[in-house]
Design a protein around this ligand. Structure first.
Ligand code: GDP
Length: 181
């Protein structure tokens, strides 16, 4: 007879995608509360970190992947997306071109992942209100059109960073599609 295990653990892979310099690495280091040192980052190469979190009484091992600059070379491949159950598609609210790229990133996600992957549209750098180039309404309506969660964040001043990641985990836990460790 198998022994009863006290408390379940979940492994949860989330990918960060979006154009260069929208703030993906800084969102990750902000989320990980200094457990990740951006100075150690490889110039080119995929990096991920794993963090233990408690969400709704369940232990979640969150494995978050960052492209570490590879998106510049369009070399983000299927290995990057493999097994992902959540994705944060990031743009910079002060650079419209990064918002216009979102559809391309969504297409790529659809090519490599199941359609059921939990997707959060993230308008980062919301501290840059003075030079805003994408309105909150435009972000919201794109999210509605594409069936995405939506949130504006600032990695700089920590606005909504925790919430954005946690919403993706909660969405996944509620349908129990994450893998038990
Ligand atoms: P990545 O290429 O998408 O990983 O972007 P990085 O995390 O390397 O950030 C690109 C640049 O944007 C850096 O100069 C960061 O300091 C800056 N940055 C990132 N997040 C924010 C933010 O929330 N607010 C502001 N004002 N700058 C940010």
């Amino acid at each position: 007879m198998e022994e009863e295990v006290g408390g379940e653990e979940y492994l949860f892979k989330v990918v960060l995608i979006g154009d260069s310099a929208v703030g993906k690495s800084n969102l990750l280091s902000r989320f990980a509360r200094n457990e990740f040192d951006p100075n150690n980052k490889a110039t080119i190469g995929v990096e991920f970190l794993t963090q233990e979190l408690e969400i709704d009484g369940k232990m979640v091992k969150a494995q978050i992947w960052d492209t570490a600059g590879q998106e510049r070379f369009r070399a983000v491949t299927s290995a990057y997306y493999r097994g992902a159950v959540g994705a944060l598609i990031v743009y910079d609210i002060s650079r419209k071109t990064t918002f216009e790229s979102v559809k391309r990133w969504l297409d790529e996600l659809t090519t490599h992942c199941e359609t059921t992957v939990a997707r959060m549209l993230v308008g980062n750098k919301c501290d840059l209100e003075d030079i805003r180039d994408v309105s909150v309404e435009d972000g919201k309506s794109l999210a509605e059109e594409e069936g995405l969660f939506f949130m504006e964040t600032s990695a700089l001043n920590a606005t909504n960073v925790q919430t954005a990641f946690e919403m993706v985990y909660k969405a996944e836990l509620s349908v129990n599609r994450v893998n038990l460790v």
